[in-house]
Design a protein around this ligand. Sequence first.
Ligand code: GTP
Length: 619
Amino acid sequence: QGSSASATFPVIAIHAENVAHTDIGARIAYLQDDTRQLQVNQVMADGQPWMPVARTSPNFGFTNNAYWFRFALDNQTGKPVTRFIELPRPFLDDVRLFHFVDGRIITRYSLGDEQPFVQRVMQHQNFVMPLNLEPGRNQVVLRIASTGTVEAPLRLWQPAAFYEAASKENLLAGAVFGMLLVMIVYNLFVYLSTRDANYIYYISFVASYLMFWATLNGYAFALAWPEAIRWNSVAVPFSIAWACLSASLFADNFLKLYRFSPPAHRLMQGMALVSAGLMLGSFVLPYVWIIRATSAFILVVSCAALSIGYWRWWLGARFARFYCLSWTAVFVGVSVLTASKFGWLPANFWVDNASQIGILSLVVLLSFTLADRINTDRSLRINAQAVALAHAKKARASQQAMLQATADANRELENRVQARTNELHAAMDQLRLANDQLQRLSMTDSLTQVGNRAFFDQSLVTEHKRASRLKQPLALLLLDIDHFKAINDTYGHPAGDACLRTLADYMRQKVQRAGDLLARYGGEEFAVLLINSTLGDALDLADEFRADIAGLEVVFEGRTLRFTASIGVASAIPDMQFTPSQFVGDADKALYEAKHGGRNCVRAAAPRLAGVTSNALPA
Ligand SMILES: Nc1nc2c(ncn2[C@@H]2O[C@H](COP(=O)(O)OP(=O)(O)OP(=O)(O)O)[C@@H](O)[C@H]2O)c(=O)[nH]1
C-alpha cells in the first residue's frame, strides 16, 4: 500500500453529463485508526498515513479499528448540485460524514445502526447521505467503526437515478421476500397434510434465512423493528444460529442418520445443540464474538450437511441427490459471503449476491428434494402395495386351487365310493342270484326238476305250521311207481330215468294250485302236499293221478313203456301234538297198504283230528 498521500487525495469530477451512479469505493483514501480515538480535525491535519484502497472496494473484515475515508468531489457544473452518497452496508454501528468546503464543515451526518431508524436523514434501508455540492472542490471525510465487519463500497448517486434504482431494488427485494414467504406458507400446508417433520425443519430454515436476509439488508430495521436497536444487532447472529439449528435438524432427519450412521446422527444432534446455544448466546455474548462464532459455525454446519449428504448419496440413497445439489449451492454461496466478510474476496454484484443466489437455489431445490422424497416414498409404498396385492392374489389363487382340489378329491371319492357301492350291489345281487340258484339247486331234484326231499321236508314244516295256525286241513299224497326195479332191470336205468321224468312232467302239470307243492321224495317215490284240502278232495285227486299214470306211455329207444303207481293219502288239520313226521308216517302207512292191496290203487290214512281210523279205498 502507498505511503502518505495527503497531497493527492482522489478527486472525483462532477459534471452535468455524469453517469447516474459511480462506484467510488476504489477511488478513495483510507486511514486506519487503531485507537478509535481520532477526531476529524486530527485526521484532516497533515502527515496522517492515508493509504489508497488497493481493492475494488474497501473491506477490512471483522475488525476493532475505526476507519477513515477521504475523497474530493470536484463540482465542475458551475452551480450547486445535490448528490447522494450511499453506503449499502446497513450493519455498520457508527457512520459519520463530514463535508468540507474551503476547510469548513458545511454538512455533518452521524448515522449507524445504533441509532433509531427515524433519525436517519433518508428513510432508506442503507445509509444514504445527501450532499449539496458547492461549485468547485468539496472535501468528504467518512468515519466507520463497527463491531462487525467494516466495508465501504461507497456509491455516488444522482438523486433521480437513486430513486429509480431504489424502486427497482425494492421490487427485487419484494420478489425475494415473496418467494421465501410462499415457500414457508406452501410447505406449512404440506406439513399440515403430511405431518412429516422434515417440512418443519425446512420451514424453520427458510424462516431463519428470511430473517437473516431482511435484517442484513436493512429491511427489517427499516420496516419491522425501526426502534429495536439492540434486537437489530442480535437478529443477525441469532438468525444465523437459527439457520444452523434448522439445517442440522433437517440434515439429520432427512438423511435418516439415526438409522444410517449413529456417529453422524450424534454429530448433527451435537451441532443442533451448539446452534441452540449460539441462539441464546446472541442475546448475552458480545456482538463481536457471537457474529464471528455464528458466521464460522454456519460454514461448519454446511460442510457437515453437505459431506454427509454426498456420503449418503455415494452409498446409494437416491433421494440424497437433490439434497446434495441444494447444499452445494448454499455452500458455495455462504462460502463466498463468508470469504467476502472476512475480506478475502472483493465486493461486486456476484459476491454480494452469491449467498442470496445460493440460498434461494437451496430453498427451491430443497422443496424439490422434499417433493422428490414424497415421490420416492410414494412409489415405494405403491410398490409395497403392489407386492402385497400380488401376494394376496397368489394366496387367494392357492386357496381357490386348494378348495378346487378338495372338491375334486371329494367328488373323486364320492365317485369311487359310488362305483364301489355299485360294484358291491352288483356283487351282492350276483351273490343273491347265486344263492337263490344254489338254494334252488339244493332244493331241486336234478333228474326230474321238481323239488327234492330237502325241499319237501322244509316246505312240510312251514305248511304244517301255517295250517295249524289257520286251522285249515292239509293233505299229503305219497306216490310210488309199481315194480320199478323190474323196469330198471328189464330196460335199463336210463329207461327207468325216462319213466321218472315223464311221471314228474305229468305231475308238475297237475299240481298247479297256488300253495300246493310237488317233490321227489325218494327213488321212485313222489310226494304232493295239498293245502286247505280235505281228505275227500285229496282222494279224488289221487285217484285221478293213478288213473292218468296208468295211461302214460314212455317211448324209449323205440319201445313203449307203461307203468302204474300206488298212492297213500293222509289228511289232517294239524296241531302241535301232530308232527310233520307223524303226518308222513300216516301217508307212508297208507301207501304201504296200497302196495299190499295189489298196487295201482289209492289208500287213505284215517284223518287224525276227525278221530276216524284209517281205511282203505278199493282200487
Ligand atoms: N332208473 C332208476 N331207478 C331207480 C332210481 N331210484 C331208485 N331206483 C330203483 O328203483 C327200484 C325200487 O325197487 P323196489 O324198492 O324193490 O320197489 P319196486 O321194484 O318198485 O317194487 P314195489 O314198490 O314193491 O312195487 C330199485 O331197483 C332202485 O334201484 C332212479 O333214480 N332211477
